[in-house]
Design a protein around this ligand. Structure first.
Ligand SMILES: Cc1cc2nc3c(=O)[nH]c(=O)nc-3n(C[C@H](O)[C@H](O)[C@H](O)COP(=O)(O)O)c2cc1C
Length: 171
């Protein structure tokens, strides 16, 4: 898929078919996360892939923001190990960039995915940590849920010339 076309046509997808996604495809998708920019190239992200149906069901029950987890083919918890951080204040921005890369890689493979926010909601991070055995000191920035889309994604025109200013706010 051409990059700009992919950027414009990516939509959050929350309904999936029963079709599963191979471990090889999931690994390739998560690899895209590792190519995101990171502050001082600190590479402190860690990715926990969730394919276990019982765990996905538990996530759907424990997170009121993610009922679709039970029907997702897989999830990815995008985490950070701050003990290795060169620029600790930027961990969440690094992980957000990785999250977006993963969403786009899913789209490139014809999968649908959605970003479920975790940080700064500690109680949501704790749900994911508890279900996936993630140590207390590791942070969870987002949970991505993905699968084969149950329906074509809606498209919309978001271009707004008034959102772009050249050189001066009052332009
Ligand atoms: C930081 C962040 C947190 C989000 N959290 C959730 C969430 O908890 N549950 C959910 O269904 N979607 C969540 N989303 C997806 C947004 O609802 C979605 O991106 C937005 O409605 C725009 O739609 P689009 O992704 O199709 O462009 C989140 C998106 C971001 C960037």
């Amino acid at each position: 898929m051409e990059l700009m076309q992919g950027l414009i046509t990516r939509r959050s997808v929350r309904q999936y078919t029963d079709q599963r996604v191979s471990d090889a495809d999931i690994t390739e998708i998560v690899t895209a996360g590792m190519y995101a920019p990171s502050a001082r190239h600190q590479l402190i992200w860690e990715f926990v892939v969730i394919t276990d149906r019982e765990k996905l069901k538990k996530l759907s029950e424990g997170l009121h923001t993610a009922p679709m987890a039970k029907s997702a083919a897989f999830g990815v918890a995008v985490c950070a190990d701050l003990s290795r951080a060169a620029s600790p204040d930027y961990w969440d921005q690094d992980c957000a960039a990785a999250t977006q890369n993963i969403l786009l890689a899913c789209h490139d493979k014809g999968l649908g995915a959605v970003w479920v926010g975790m940080y700064p909601h500690a109680e949501r991070e704790d749900v994911v940590k508890g279900i996936c055995g993630i140590p207390a000191e590791i942070r969870v920035q987002s949970l991505i849920l993905a699968g084969h889309p149950a329906a074509p994604a809606r498209q919309e025109d978001r271009f707004d010339e008034h959102k772009i200013r050249f050189n001066d706010w009052n332009d």
